[in-house]
Structure formats: structure tokens, C-alpha cells
Design a protein around this ligand. Structure first.
Ligand code: PDD
Length: 287
């Protein structure tokens, strides 16, 4: 069964799916994206992801490539045509195809839309959560509009590659004051000695993760308090627990930061309880 991608109005086999060499996403990273988890046949938190997509498009003055109520139908179609029950669906919108000029092309140039989906084995994520992950820290070197989910991810690519080479699974960007911003593709959290969750405010300097937003509801349901404030690498290393959140990892325990174990070096119980409660509380749109 071949994989199917949606490219600018057509459903085509993944192997044949292509965009033009003068697509501005390819030339300038002039585009935005979303990744939604697909779990047990549901698209998780889809309305929130589409609301953030709308924000990203608005911030960059890119028009919607299709009307807003049509995009969920395309997502569902791509998920179903690829028989994805567990995995992810990826949406990318770029400013479109035009001869290479830095300034925006004429309003006649239509934004380009690509949607793909792929399967993932939920057992692999569960297994990883049993052992936890290691993170390294890297200096923040991204632009200051990382609140927009753009495809300009080169610093994230380099940071995550560095993590991989160090035997870790994520890199945390750290600001000039020594405070943790977020991961290369995830938000950063710690649990303090009193069992309070701490995460950096999302007003500025990080992406407002959808999983992060939903985690506030999960925490409330579990009777856990959240403090939105900055925390340092030193505080994280001394924390009771640490974890990352993203659509692809949900809450994933961290067991080491820069080689130093967190607490006893095993996944924390609060992180695991958030992970286990997440799916029940997140919004589930049937695919
Ligand atoms: N990344 N911060 C960054 C820099 C991210 O790239 C992501 C997600 C997040 C978490 O956002 P959310 O909870 O909405 O997934 C935070 C996706 C998964 C990716 O690029 O693959």
C-alpha cells in the first residue's frame, strides 16, 4: 500500500510528491507548519493546532491556502488514506512559488499546502518513557520570533544533532541568563521538591506548545499546581523531576541533563502520571 501525500490540491503517492524548486519554503524557509499526534484513530488537539497555524500565518501575512474549514477534511483524508491509527499528521504552508526575490510575491501567488501522515509505534514511545531521555544544554542562537512555528529550524537541527552525538535525545536552548527556554522540538518542564510543575511563560522566547497548553488541563485534573516562570539549568539539575512535552512525545521523562542524573536517575512518577492521563483529557477528533 503506497503512502499518499496531499500537495496543492492533489493526493499523490509519497514517492512522486514534489514542490517546485522556487517554492519559498525551499529557498527562504518562508513557511509554517504543524504536527498533530494521531492516537488510536483520533487526531489529538486538532482545533488548537489549527488555531496556532492561523496565528503563525497571520504573523507572517501568509494567506490561508484553503478555507479554514476544509483543512480538517484534508488532514482526515491523508490520515485515512495512509491507514494511520497511531502516528502523526504534518501540515506545511509556504508563501508559494515565485521567482527568487526577498520581498513578498504578488498577491496572485497562492500559498502552497502539503499534508503528510506517517505511522508510529506507540509501544516505542511507551518504552522510551520507561527509561527516560537525556538532554544536553546549548546556548540560544535562534531569532526572537520562535513563537511562530516556522520551518526555519536550522538551529534546532544542529542542536538536536549535537544531542544525538552526545548520546542524548533532546537539546535545551539556554538564554544568556542561564535560564532554560525550550527544547529543539519540545517544551521544557521541571517538578520542584514540593511537586509543583514549573515551565517558562510562553509569552515570549518559546513556542506555545499545544501539548504544553493541554498539560495545564491535565495537571489541574490531577490536582497539580503549575508555576509559569523561568528556571535555570542549575535548578533543573536539582529538581525532583524534569520532562519535555510535544505532540510527538507527550510528557517524556528526562533522567539526565548534561550527563548529571535528575534525582535518582529514573523517570519521575508525576511525569508518568501526566503522560498516562494526557490522552483522556486532550481533545480527540475522529480521523
Ligand atoms: N515540535 N518547541 C518547539 C521548538 C517545537 O518544535 C515543538 C514541537 C514544541 C512543542 O509543541 P507542541 O506541543 O505543539 O508539539 C515546542 C514538533 C513536534 C516538531 O517540530 O516535530
Amino acid at each position: 500500500m503506497p503512502r499518499i501525500a496531499y500537495v496543492n490540491g492533489r493526493y499523490i503517492t509519497h514517492a512522486d510528491a514534489a514542490v517546485h524548486i522556487e517554492d519559498r519554503g525551499y529557498q527562504f524557509a518562508d513557511g509554517v507548519y504543524e504536527v498533530c499526534e494521531v492516537a488510536r484513530g483520533f487526531i489529538v488537539d486538532m482545533p488548537r493546532h489549527l488555531a496556532r497555524l492561523n496565528r503563525s500565518l497571520t504573523e507572517l501575512s501568509i494567506a490561508w491556502p484553503v478555507t479554514r474549514n476544509v483543512l480538517p477534511l484534508i488532514l482526515r483524508e491523508v490520515v485515512n488514506r495512509n491507514h494511520v491509527v497511531n502516528g502523526l499528521v504534518y501540515v506545511q504552508v509556504t508563501r508559494g512559488v515565485a521567482s527568487r526575490e526577498f520581498v513578498f510575491p504578488s498577491a496572485n501567488v497562492k500559498p502552497a499546502l502539503v499534508v503528510t501522515a506517517r505511522k508510529a509505534d506507540p509501544a516505542a514511545g511507551a518504552k522510551r518513557a520507561e527509561t527516560g531521555i537525556a538532554v544536553i544544554t546549548v546556548p540560544e542562537n535562534r531569532w526572537d520570533r520562535v513563537d511562530i512555528k516556522t520551518v526555519g529550524l536550522l538551529p534546532n537541527v544542529l542542536a538536536k544533532q549535537k544531542a544525538k552525538e552526545a548520546g542524548a535525545q533532546e537539546a535545551w536552548f539556554v538564554d544568556a541568563d542561564g535560564n532554560v527556554k525550550e527544547g529543539g522540538s519540545s517544551n521544557a518542564w521541571i517538578v520542584n521538591r514540593d511537586g509543583v510543575l514549573v515551565t517558562r511563560p510562553a509569552e515570549h522566547g518559546i513556542l506555545r506548545g499545544i501539548t504544553r497548553t493541554t498539560m495545564f488541563e491535565v495537571a489541574a485534573r490531577l490536582g497539580l499546581k503549575i508555576e509559569e516562570r523561568e528556571f535555570s539549568v542549575a535548578e533543573a539539575k536539582a529538581a525532583r523531576e524534569a520532562f519535555i512535552s510535544s505532540a510527538t512525545t507527550i510528557a517524556m521523562p528526562i533522567v539526565a541533563i548534561d550527563g548529571d542524573p535528575i534525582a535518582n536517575g529514573h523517570p519521575g512518577s508525576i511525569t508518568l502520571s501526566l503522560r498516562h492521563a494526557f490522552f483522556d483529557i486532550a481533545e480527540k477528533s475522529p480521523a
